[in-house]
Design a protein around this ligand. Sequence first.
Ligand SMILES: Cc1cc2nc3c(=O)[nH]c(=O)nc-3n(C[C@H](O)[C@H](O)[C@H](O)COP(=O)(O)OP(=O)(O)OC[C@H]3O[C@@H](n4cnc5c(N)ncnc54)[C@H](O)[C@@H]3O)c2cc1C
Length: 501
Amino acid sequence: MDRVAGESVDLLVIGAGILGASTALAAASAGARVAVVDRGDLAGATSSASSKLLHGGLRYLEMGDVGQVLRSHSERWATARVMAPQLAAPTRFLVPVFEDGPVPLWKARSGVAAYAALARWMDGRGGRISLSEAGRLVPDLAVGRARGVVVYHDHVTHDARLTLAVLQGAAERGAHVLTHADVVGLRFSAGRLVGADLVDRLGGASFMVSATAVVNAAGPWVDEVRRLESPSAGTSVRLSKGVHLLLRGGEGWSAAVTTPLSDGRVSFAVPWQGLLLLGTTDDEFAGDPSSVAATDQDAARILAEAAVALDRDALDPSLVVSRMAGLRVLPMSTGVTSRIRRGTVVSRGPAGMISVAGGKLTMWRAIGCDAARLALGRLGTGRRVEMPVRPLPGATPQALVERSIGRRYPALRDDVAANLARNYGTSALELLDRAGGRDMGRIHADGPDIWAQVPYAVSNEWAATVEDVLLRRMTVGLRGHADQEIRERVAAAITSPGPSQ
Ligand SMILES: Cc1cc2nc3c(=O)[nH]c(=O)nc-3n(C[C@H](O)[C@H](O)[C@H](O)COP(=O)(O)OP(=O)(O)OC[C@H]3O[C@@H](n4cnc5c(N)ncnc54)[C@H](O)[C@@H]3O)c2cc1C
């Protein structure tokens, strides 16, 4: 806050979701002085409510958008191989085909073959597998009812921690990151944007930031921020609500499941962080984006849609530990939201603000780079913004980090070491070294997160509230484990961020 208030930067980015984070990284990499601000937590909105997939997008193929699949595969691999391998788990996806299902077996089979080819067979070939193999890979799959099963490959990520890693990359290159700071107004001089007025949501102070260029990466609030620039700015996007459920389950699964539904959507069942992620819905949303929430009706529908392909025992409502709701930002068009292409919406406002929204988490590097290029081009410095495919902080394959943790901290249980390795990469070692042997106990007996992660989240990861820590830096909250005692202890660590007792 001290470093940002009253500061003068080349680029102010409004919104620290994945697109704001990547815009900040691209601009900082080009040598620009950058500040990125968010009215809530980093990744506090859409970027922690996604299906957690880095994917080429099998459905784009069905829509005939071959170019988008090619680009998405290429970006997926840039993240998985170089930029954040620990946050990209290569995953097989099984597509079960049923007698009365919407997609015939021949079409599913040729679809996954084309999908693999567009990924240049980097993940191997897609194709049909036997029902018995499918049953081995996903024990809860209702293979008895299936006509056949085909397989394709994508990656599974932790969306909020990927956003965090991108912001850490930006901060390493000098960007200021400020969360819980709301942009409430913009400043102009001779018709051009020159800065913004902000309010610190935690402390209440008002302050301003001067900026030569501004990028609006406010996600579902993109039009609200456009109206700060021009009150007459109309509506540029449509919103669609997507809900996910997290369930206890997924034990013994070594693949995810994508089930085609009769209305053209798919139902995902993805093993994630030792839980089972189910979703998602796709319903037009017209209200205040801050009010988006998962209802009982959404939850019942997701369980019913998952039951098309999974055994009912794995879908008992008592297994649900949490729900997530997010808003897709879609280009304006007519028709049902599930049929609209997931394109990025980019515009330049009358005072020069670049607004960027929509698109895919998978495409973070490319979209952020384009936004920063548009914004900084206006500076006329001649610098061309590039975002080279370089490792983000912590980038190392999970297995390597796990081995290093095992050597240095042999007393840590395997699930704890794996959890640290896949979410922090090499920063896990820094976290453990800093704890100096304290706080190694589990936060909750049934989860892999340990107390040492809490002070680290506060001092190294911009966590400022109990929710920031429990929902987005770790999975305690998502597992339904955040009881009063845990919340109080985290709150105490936030006020005195030394290693907790
Ligand atoms: C249900 C669902 C599933 C998805 N699944 C996938 C998937 O599996 N794979 C994939 O690639 N993509 C997926 N996507 C798309 C992807 O999640 C989004 O494209 C991406 O997260 C958008 O990021 P963003 O930064 O634009 O928006 P957000 O993450 O919403 O960030 C916008 C930020 O702006 C901040 N903000 C708003 N107004 C202000 C203001 N006045 N001042 C300061 N800050 C402000 C907000 O607090 C917010 O944090 C999914 C989307 C949804 C909704």
